[in-house]
Design a protein around this ligand. Structure first.
Ligand code: UDP
Ligand code: MG
Length: 298
């Protein structure tokens, strides 16, 4: 039986991109048609321009174009989540709607899946026409995040990827509200391979992320993936205790005794932080493990 593929496309005020996007997606659908029946799941993230009307006009003619339309803007991460929730195909892909991720790469990703990989993700080599600020912050962000977090994200990688159904179903089990999709997609594991590409310019329109919203995303990624900042308080407490201890030994006066005693609140905060970190991890209610396959078990 022919296998199925769902391509998830989140969009927010992308009216200038959509015609070109469909042109490219239709070509890819043809390209894959020998092996796959492809559906598109378009997720309208509360667009206030004509994007939704344009996508609806295509959906009227082609039943393989599905639409999920949000009541307001919930953000890219949530739009991708909704797409995953509605996807039921053998394979699921995620792609931006501004054509910065070339849809044609999906066929290369599919080849990797046929080779036995469960996730093929796009890894950016060059980023055409992105500002120096964006390039530098992106470079620093991935490296800084990986030094803080237990889940090591592949560098220079977005959500653009193709995955098998078991990977999608595993990601669907992660229901935390503060979501950084790249982190969740990585956390589930599975046999993963990069597919290299040069990130194109947007075909039209503007990025939806201002420098401030990028910083917010970066901070939320750090806080969601890691409790390391809380653990750093232990380092601070130990450092203060060490300095105060040296002063106490050198001077043996009341001031150094007070300073030494002053470390107690910092240690108390560090202790509370250790519990807060654990509570935070528990509230995410993530599965304890993800099973890839079993043998001789029903
Ligand atoms: N997007 C979305 N909701 C938002 C912001 C963006 O669905 O609140 C979509 C947007 O339409 C695009 C993708 O997410 O398809 C990536 O957004 P953008 O191109 O603005 O981000 P950048 O590529 O500049 O990081
Ligand atoms: Mg973009």
């Amino acid at each position: 039986m022919t296998k199925t593929l769902d391509i998830i496309v989140p969009f927010y005020n992308e009216q200038e991109c959509i015609d070109e996007l469909f042109k490219r997606l239709f070509n890819v659908r043809e390209l894959l048609a020998r092996d796959l029946i492809t559906n598109f799941i378009f997720v309208n993230d509360g667009s206030s321009d004509n994007s939704l009307e344009i996508v609806e006009s295509y959906a009227k003619n082609y039943s393989f174009i599905k639409i999920i339309s949000f009541s307001r803007n919930f953000g890219h991460e949530i739009a991708v989540t909704a797409g995953l929730d509605f996807s039921t195909a053998d394979y699921t892909a995620i792609i931006d709607s501004d054509l910065q991720d070339p849809p044609e790469l999906l066929s290369e990703m599919y080849k990797k899946i046929q080779d036995g990989y469960q996730v093929a993700y796009g890894k950016r080599m060059k980023r055409k026409s992105e500002t120096v600020f964006k390039k530098v912050t992106a470079f620093l962000f991935y490296r800084c995040l990986n030094s803080l977090c237990d889940t090591k994200l592949p560098t220079d990688t977005g959500d653009f990827r193709l995955m098998t159904a078991e990977v999608r179903e595993a990601v669907k089990r992660l229901r935390e509200h503060q979501r950084f999709m790249r982190g969740l997609l990585t956390w589930v594991g599975f046999k993963t391979v990069p597919v290299y590409y040069n990130r194109d310019e947007r075909v039209a329109g503007e990025t939806k992320y201002s420098p401030i919203s990028l910083i917010k995303l970066a901070l939320s990624a750090i806080f969601e993936l890691s409790t390391t900042p809380l653990k750093l308080i232990w380092g601070l407490a130990l450092l203060l205790a060490l300095l105060a201890g040296i002063l106490l030994l050198l001077h043996k006066n009341l001031y150094s005794v007070i300073m030494f005693a002053g470390c107690i609140p910092t240690f108390s905060i560090a202790l509370a932080a250790a519990y807060i970190g654990r509570i935070y991890d528990e509230t995410k209610n993530r599965p304890l493990y993800i099973v890839d396959r079993t043998v001789n078990l029903n």
